[in-house]
Write a protein that binds this ligand. Structure first.
Ligand code: NDP
Length: 247
C-alpha cells in the first residue's frame, strides 16, 4: 500500500501483457483502483481476477485504441465504476521493425494508428474530465527509440515514439498547472513487444538484442514513482534502460 497511490483511479491501455500488465498489478497492490483496457479480454480478466483476489480493485474494458469510441468508453467506465479518473497511462503499442525497402506499409499504418493516434484518443477521452476535476495525470509510454532512431529498421517505430515524446511535451505546455504529464522512455524490457516484427532478419536481430532485457516490473516501479510525487511536482521525463544497453 502507498499513501500517495491508494484510492487513485488509474486507467491503463495495453494492460493485457508486458508493461501494462505489470503496472496494473503493481499499482493495484499499492491500493489504486485500476481499469484495464486492451483487445484480449481473457488476459485482462485473468489479471483483474489476480488483483481483486489480492484485495485490490480492478475493472476490465475491451478496448482497441485505434477506435476513439473504444478509448472513450474505457475512460467513461472508470468514472462510472470508481467515480473519477486520476491517471491515464497511454501504454498500448506495437513495434514492427523492418527496413523501409521492405515496404511494410500496413505495419507503418498500424504503428501510427496504435502508437500515435491511440495516445491522442486517450488524451481526447481524459482531458475534459481532468479539466473538470481540476486535476489529472497523463503518463505516455515512449521509448529510448523516441530519443534516438533505431537503425536499421526502426525508422517508422522511432517516428511514432518521437511523436509520443513531442505530443507529451506539447501537452505539458498546454495543460501544465493542475494537470501532470509524464513521458516514460524504456530501453529493452522483456515483453511480447519483441515478437511484433514480421521481417525475419529484423526479428532475429531483435531476439539477440533483447537478451539484455530487464523485467517489466522495473517500468511499473518507475510509473508508481511518478504517480506518488506530491501535488505540485510534475515528473516529466523518465528514461530507463538495462545497464548493458548502450543504445
Ligand atoms: P507488449 O506487446 O507486451 O504489450 C503491448 C500491449 O499493447 C498489449 O497489452 C496489447 O494488447 C496492446 N495493444 C496492441 N495493440 C492494441 C490496440 N490496437 N488496442 C489496444 N491495445 C493494443 O509490449 P510492451 O509491454 O513492451 O509495450 C508497452 C509499451 O511499451 C508500448 O508502447 C511499447 O512501444 C513501449 N516500450 C516497450 C519497450 C520494450 O522493450 N518492451 C521499450 C520501450 C517502449 P492486446 O493485444 O490485447 O490488444
Amino acid at each position: 500500500m502507498s499513501q500517495a497511490i491508494a484510492g487513485k483511479v488509474v486507467v491503463i491501455t495495453g494492460a493485457s501483457s508486458g508493461l501494462g500488465a505489470a503496472t496494473a498489478r503493481h499499482l493495484g497492490a499499492l491500493g489504486a483502483s485500476v481499469v484495464l483496457g486492451a483487445r484480449r479480454t481473457e488476459q485482462l480478466n485473468s489479471i483483474a481476477a489476480d488483483i481483486t483476489a489480492a484485495g485490490g480493485k480492478a475493472a476490465v474494458v475491451q478496448t482497441d485504441v485505434t477506435i476513439a469510441a473504444d478509448v472513450q468508453r474505457l475512460v467513461d467506465t472508470a468514472i462510472a465504476t470508481f467515480g473519477k479518473i486520476d491517471v491515464l497511462i497511454n501504454n498500448a503499442g506495437l513495434m514492427a521493425i523492418a527496413p523501409l525497402d521492405a515496404l511494410k506499409v500496413d505495419e507503418w499504418e498500424r504503428m501510427i494508428d496504435i502508437n500515435i493516434k491511440g495516445v491522442l484518443y486517450g488524451i481526447a477521452a481524459a482531458l475534459p474530465h481532468f479539466r473538470a476535476q481540476g486535476s489529472g495525470h497523463f503518463i505516455n509510454v515512449s521509448s529510448v527509440a523516441g530519443h534516438k532512431v533505431i537503425s536499421p529498421g526502426g525508422t517508422v517505430y522511432s517516428g511514432t515514439k518521437f511523436a509520443v515524446s513531442a505530443i507529451s511535451e506539447g501537452l505539458r505546455h498546454e495543460v501544465g498547472g493542475a494537470i501532470r504529464t509524464t513521458v516514460i522512455s524504456p530501453g529493452a524490457v522483456d515483453t511480447e513487444l519483441q515478437s511484433g516484427s514480421s521481417h525475419a532478419q529484423s526479428a532475429a536481430h531483435l531476439k539477440e538484442f533483447y537478451k539484455i532485457a530487464i523485467p517489466a516490473e522495473t517500468v511499473a516501479r518507475a510509473v508508481a514513482y511518478a504517480i506518488e510525487q506530491p501535488d505540485g511536482v510534475d515528473l516529466n521525463e523518465i528514461v530507463l534502460r538495462p545497464t548493458l544497453q548502450d543504445f
